[in-house]
Design a protein around this ligand. Sequence first.
Ligand code: BGC
Length: 338
Amino acid sequence: MPQNKIAVYNLKNNKGVSIDITNFGGKIINIYVPDYKGNLMNINLCYDTLPDTVNGDLYLGALIGRYANRIAKGRFELDGEVYILKTNGGAHALHGGEKGYNAVIWNAKQENNKLILTHIDKTGTEGYPGTVSVQVVYELTNDNELIISYQAKTDKATPINLTNHAYFNLNGVDSDSLILNHLLKINADSYTPMDHTSLPTGEIAPVKDTPFDFREFKLIGKDIDASHPQIKNGKGYDHNFVIKGELNELKFAAEAISPKTGISLKVFTTEPGMQFYTGNYLNIDEFGKKYIPRSGFCLETQHFPDSPNKPEFPNTILRPGELFESKTIYKFGLTGMS
Ligand code: BGC
């Protein structure tokens, strides 16, 4: 029977990887993976208890929807109608609004190493059209993959863009060390520049000869404070990268490595974009936890921000009769091993 009391569910595999997830906001609470010495390390920024997770920062580890990232001025036009959303990220609608998918209690059902979360997002919520039925499945495999599969249907045309907002620190989240020492590679030749309000300009720019070139492994800290105007606009990295490969096909998106623990994280996705965010606005000092800018990084697979207002970006409109499907895999390993 699906449950909609707030609870914690544990997924474990035969390699010792253990992940706790709550159905409140679908938040990943912790991800324990072995380091090069075989010690289990938590690599996911979190709080220690369920009440703290519920009352704490909105987005740590959370599912994000109905529309991940920003919609300009909380406004878009669809099929001749103008829709006005609540604005909660400066002048824009951010991550589904004041009460996005990160703040709802999902129905939950666990089947062995799978957690199945469902939610009915009623028409009009936060200003969005149509009732959307959404399902997110978290599955942990014995190959150390956390597979996140998203599906959604609607009864009226609506924008949709779903992701997970886990902040990783592969040094271990209790180590107090920042993520600047991580090596990162992103499978992207281009990214979508943004203005000083973090809204994409619509341009697709090459990464070559910019701080955004992660085509080969590079230290996250190397260019994070560069004088490049895009780094200034984001206060670091907070940008959507255009992942190479076919839309809707599973493709390699990124790999991060901590030289301290040897832990690596690979990301594969069917999505066309990925927000690389270095926690530039993190400012948590509560419930015994202190997280500051650069304490963690996010690799949020997604469609491009503000697509409902940018017809040149890949389509984010879901229509009645269609099935929205998206998949992202976070694969944990050790450097040099898969
Ligand atoms: C966005 C940031 C935002 C953050 C909030 C990220 O996905 O790109 O601009 O501040 O979420 O946690």
